[in-house]
Design a protein around this ligand. Structure first.
Ligand SMILES: Nc1ncnc2c1ncn2[C@@H]1O[C@H](COP(=O)(O)OP(=O)(O)OP(=O)(O)O)[C@@H](O)[C@H]1O
Length: 328
């Protein structure tokens, strides 16, 4: 079956006064129909900029896609005009963000904001769009839908607003939903409800989800396939079960070790020593080397590339290159 999304060798850079930040550096990933792919990694690893690149939302002139291909529905999104992209955005590809307030218009009623994509992309009449908007509010588990349709965003709680964002996102039945930390700002009960809802919509509609999170609990709950990013690069990827049972990259191992385990008291939660490197000071090396307990000489001077290590997993780490080990 064709992939819904195929990112090939994507690089997105920011040209700042201090130098070039390679926010996304030669990243490839794909999302199959009906699949949930999670991108996971610490803050600054390039997760959001990968998503923004797909949506054509990287802010120029400082930020720009420096190379690669973003295949969607047989087309390279990077080659489309602004208006062609606008026709896909919010229609065939929808996105939800961590802070719903940043995407909602504070002076427009909720109902109007739900009607807008239906009228634009689905060419619905005002009356039909209003009817569908109210149904959608009900579908995301909000009661008194008509009253909510006539409310303004500031009158709703964070959890309700995120439900509204999901309603807007699914209104045009997208093939792909990109969700960037959609539950990070919410308390755990609401978080679980929202994730459940996303999964249910996915099951019902067959859409695919690219889910961005730093939370491995969310990954375990949601992902079919996991892509681990570090300093703009993919360092490991694989099916969720394989990756959790047998993480190969020392960074993935560290992330998993620092994940709280439910129902188990832990005296002190492990955290990976050191910090993400300064993106302006990267040298040809494994970017994780100075935080890695297994660091070898080669790790400081040469960048490892992703390699198939069996079991469906790919890892970019010198530990899995026999030649490198021989040279210690
Ligand atoms: N407008 C910008 N100008 C310069 N650098 C930027 C800009 N936006 C992002 N970056 C840099 O790009 C890199 C990747 O950022 P990105 O937001 O994709 O990380 P992330 O993994 O999504 O982290 P977070 O979870 O904090 O959002 C970071 O080093 C960030 O500082």
């Amino acid at each position: 079956m064709n992939n819904v999304l195929e990112i090939e060798r994507l690089s997105t850079h920011f040209h700042t006064e201090e130098g070039v930040v390679r926010a996304v550096d030669d990243v490839s990933l794909r999302v199959r129909p009906g699949e949930i792919v999670c991108i996971v990694g610490e803050s600054g690893s390039g997760k959001s900029i990968t998503a923004m690149s797909v949506m054509g939302l990287v802010e120029g002139p400082a930020g720009r896609v420096a190379g690669g291909r973003i295949g969607f529905d047989g087309e390279d999104l990077l080659k489309l005009s602004r208006s062609e992209l606008r026709a896909i955005r919010g229609n065939e590809i929808a996105m939800i963000f961590q802070e719903p307030m940043t995407s909602l218009n504070p002076v427009l009623k909720i109902g109007e904001q739900l009607m807008e994509p239906l009228m634009t992309h689905r060419k619905m009449s005002k009356k039909a769009a209003r009817k569908r908007a109210i149904e959608l509010i009900g579908e995301v588990g909000i009661s008194r839908a008509e009253q909510i349709a006539d409310s303004y965003p500031h009158e709703l709680s964070g959890g309700m607003l995120q439900r509204i964002m999901i309603a807007i996102a699914i209104s045009c039945e997208p093939k792909l939903l990109i969700a960037d930390e959609p539950t990070t700002a919410l308390d755990v009960t609401i978080q679980a409800q929202i994730l459940d809802m996303l999964r249910r919509f996915k099951e019902e509609s067959g859409m695919s989800i690219l889910l961005i999170t730093h939370d491995l609990g969310v990954v375990a709950e949601m992902a079919d396939y996991v892509v681990v990013m570090y300093a703009g690069k993919v360092v490991e990827e694989g099916e969720v079960v394989a990756l959790f049972e047998n993480p190969q990259h020392p960074y993935t191992q560290g992330l998993l070790k620092s994940k709280p385990i439910i129902n188990q008291r832990q005296e002190e939660l492990y955290s990976i020593p050191g910090q993400v490197p300064n993106p302006l000071e990267l040298t040809p090396s494994c970017y994780f080397h100075d935080r890695c307990a297994h660091c070898m000489e080669i790790c400081r001077t040469k960048q490892p590339v992703l390699k198939d290590v069996g079991n469906g997993q790919h890892v970019a780490c010198w530990l899995y290159e026999k030649e490198a080990i021989a040279h210690g």
